[in-house]
Design a protein around this ligand. Structure first.
Ligand code: C2E
Ligand code: MG
Ligand code: MG
Length: 706
């Protein structure tokens, strides 16, 4: 601080003798560089200070216009940042001490001053003031920092009393700093465990003793002055002096209500389905485990019901996801109303719900619940302007009979649900061990199917269609054949549904179509009399975006005239998505491709679609043909189907004709075409070529036809 030498001194002294004395002392110390200004009263001093800056003020406390501490205050006010040394008389030392408290840096007692001590005192005063200024700036900076951070900061002194609170701490505790100052920390920071409600021991005290950084337990809650509770997180550190002795502690804590609320919400989300708010798969499994653990104690059974909606996808696709979502919400509410408080309804995703019935007396209770659920789901759901109707299929598994753990119970209920679906809509089915055998078989078929194309395990057989008037072959139906490497031939009825489920039908169907077109082209090139080649198309293929392009591409590749190709679609394919169906059918028709409705009578049997869509033929399902000879009633159905086809100018084909009797009936009722084992089984291409070459199926047959 050597540069803080005194260049400008202001002496405020009404006694000219004293003033002179001081000036002489300066001269004595050779401090000639100091510019010495002398005024005799406070008002002159104030005037001087408004225009001049001085390095120090030497102030007599007994002036004509102001005395004592008032003089100190006025001087401080006039020059707050200028060091101040006061002059007192011998009997006024207590006043001098007060002056120090009010901001003077030092005092000198008149009559006891010598030149050296005067100068030293003034220099020290200048230095002390400079240090105070620096400290003030430092403190200001710290204060501003502490008040602008988002965390709350509280400090204590060595005895654990509050010495500082920043704005955030004031807000969170409900105490202002001035109110809190000197109060024991636990009085201001009341921290309890959110769950046990026990007071948490003051981390600051522990900190100061143990010297390790401490944290509050995770569930800490700060109780504000007005009783409001705020979850907090903290860190505590001790403040040490230069010798390393703790002089207090600082605790930094923050309001974590938002983060904690978010954690709770995240935990909820992780366990619940966002759409319906129902427990999800994870939470459900947990509940099943709990129910299983409790069941033996209460000698009760536990049931798992797997519920899947029938035809939900159709609603979703045709009315949009928003409507689908609302429907799922409506269903979830109804399901919850079907069970008791202790039971759990969960959504597994999609249109699948799984229900846990705990503490059941008998398995029959599950059947009662299943029936109730089926009824509840089937009642109309009003969503927006729609009155929606859906049905469900339910599979039931029971602990301990059908499984000892949650996973097995859910899996078996799922398997039973599939069985229920196969049995027809709106039904429930209890799990039976035999179902698992089928499920396993399905799984193994799927695995083998994945490699079947590359391994050339497929072939296409052809079955003739016979024109019943001429007795000649009017066309061929291409039927896929699969020879499994170890299991031998597997029926399409077994593997086609699996291929449809897992999407493999797309590449497989494409392969069949290409094979059939190539074959047809080869026969036509060989001048064999083939009118049409029919290929079966699954719903999934038909709905695929690349379907049309795929068909056209194969026709181009194989150079087959589209007139020769006939596609067989089932009624259910035509029923869904009327608009897009219509445009696809029109595109096929425009190309010259013929269209037939396969398995006619087994699906919706709605006449309206036959009128709406441009179709060439209907194939009456073999189940109706079979009944021609067994159930007289059905004959009227077949008769009606033939009549209807004719009136709509459609070709009518009878499928699965096996007997002469059936044939006679069909001929009598003017059915145009027939197909069945009676004429020929599906045969490999070489054999079919021979049938074509002969121009008819069997000579004897032709005779009977004539
Ligand atoms: P579908 O299209 O109705 O084919 C007729 C089925 O009836 C064929 O069974 C055929 O062998 C059988 N059948 C023909 N005449 C008679 C008869 O007189 N009596 C009896 N009991 N059955 C007869 P297959 O070949 O087992 O095919 C079953 C189903 O698999 C087909 O029914 C068709 O829906 C599907 N399918 C076959 N090949 C393909 C294909 O390449 N693609 C697609 N998507 N489905 C195919
Ligand atoms: Mg067919
Ligand atoms: Mg058929």
């Amino acid at each position: 601080m050597s540069d803080k030498s005194i260049k400008m001194l202001l002496v405020v002294e009404d006694n000219p003798g004293d003033a002179r004395l001081i000036r002489e002392m300066f001269n004595e110390q050779n401090e000639h560089r100091t510019e010495f200004t002398h005024v005799e009263c406070m008002s002159d001093a104030e005037k001087h200070l408004t225009v001049n800056q001085v390095d120090i003020i030497l102030l007599d406390l007994g002036l004509p216009d102001v005395q004592g501490l008032d003089a100190v205050r006025r001087a401080r006010k006039a020059a707050p940042r200028t060091p101040l040394v006061v002059l007192t008389s011998l009997d006024d030392e207590s006043l001098a001490t007060k002056a120090l408290q009010d901001g003077a840096q030092d005092y000198l007692v008149k009559g006891q001053i010598d030149a050296r001590s005067l100068l030293r005192s003034l220099r020290h005063a200048v230095e002390r003031k400079a240090m105070e200024e620096e400290l003030f700036v430092e403190q200001e900076r710290a204060q501003v920092t502490l008040n602008s951070i988002g965390d709350a900061v509280a400090c204590t002194d060595i005895s654990g009393n509050i010495s500082f609170l920043n704005f955030v701490a004031e807000k969170m505790t409900g105490w202002t700093l001035s109110e809190a100052l000197g109060h024991p920390m636990p009085e201001i920071l009341r921290i309890v465990d959110a769950i046990t409600r026990e007071a948490i021991s003051n981390p600051m005290e522990i900190e100061m003793v143990q010297k390790t950084s401490l944290h509050l337990p995770p569930n800490s809650v700060l109780i504000r002055r007005d009783g409001f509770e705020i979850p907090i997180e903290d860190s505590v550190a001790a403040i040490h002096d230069r010798e390393g002795k703790a002089t207090g502690a600082v605790i930094v804590f923050r309001d974590v209500s938002v983060t904690r609320a978010m954690e709770l919400q995240m935990a909820h989300l992780a366990q619940h389905d966002f759409l319906t708010g129902l427990p999800n798969r994870m939470l459900f499994s947990d509940r099943v485990r709990q129910a299983i653990a409790a069941a033996p104690r209460h000698l009760k059974k536990v049931a798992v019901l797997f519920l899947d909606l029938d035809g939900f996808k159709h609603i979703n696709d045709s009315l949009g996801h928003a409507v689908g979502d609302r429907l799922l919400q409506s269903i979830s509410k109804r399901l919850v109303n079907c069970v008791r408080g202790g039971d759990t309804v969960s959504r597994q995703g999609g249109d699948e719900f799984v229900v846990l019935l705990s503490e059941m007396e008998r398995s029959e209770d599950a059947a009662i619940s299943a029936r109730r659920m089926l009824q509840a789901v089937a009642k109309a759901h009003s969503v927006e302007v729609h009155d929606l109707h859906v049905t469900a299929s339910i599979g039931v598994s029971v602990y301990p009979d059908d499984g000892m753990d949650s996973e097995t119970l859910i899996k078996n209920a799922d398997t039973a649900m599939y069985q229920a679906k196969e049995n027809g809509r709106q039904s429930y089915q209890f799990f039976k061990p035999a179902m698992n055998v089928r499920a396993v078989e399905r799984q193994s078929i799927e695995e083998s199917l994945r490699t079947a194309l590359q391994r050339n395990e497929f072939s296409v057989h052809y079955q003739p269609k016979i024109n019943l008037k001429s007795g000649r072959i009017s066309g061929a139906e291409a039927l896929l054949r699969w020879t499994h490497p170890t299991q031998g031939p597997i029926s399409p009825a077994r593997f086609i549904p699996v291929a449809e489920d897992c999407g493999l039908i797309l590449p497989i169907g494409n392969w069949v179509l290409r094979q059939a077109c190539k074959q047809a082209r080869a026969w036509i090139d060989a001048k064999l009399p083939l009118a049409t080649i029919a290929v079966n198309i699954s719903a999934m293929e038909f709905r695929d975006d690349r379907f049309l392009d795929g068909v056209f591409k194969i026709l181009d590749e194989t150079l087959l005239d589209p007139r020769y190709l006939e596609l067989e679609l089932t009624e259910s394919v035509l029923m869904k998505h009327a608009e897009s169906t219509k445009s696809i059918l029109n595109a096929l028709r425009a190309k010259g491709i013929q269209l037939a409705v396969d398995d006619f009578g087994t699906g919706y049997s709605s006449l309206s679609y036959l009128r709406k869509f441009s179709i060439d033929a209907i194939k009456i399902d073999q189940s109706f043909i079979r009944q021609i000879t067994t159930t007289p009633d059905e004959t009227t159905i077949v008769t009606a189907m033939i009549g209807m086809g004719r009136s709509l100018k459609l070709r009518v084909v009878a499928e699965g004709v096996e007997t002469q009797q059936e044939l006679d009936f069909l001929k009598a009722h003017q059915c145009e075409e027939a197909q069945g084992y009676y004429f020929s089984r599906p045969v490999p291409p070489t054999q079919f070529a021979e049938l074509l070459r002969a121009g008819l199926v069997e000579k004897s047959l032709v005779d009977t036809l004539r």
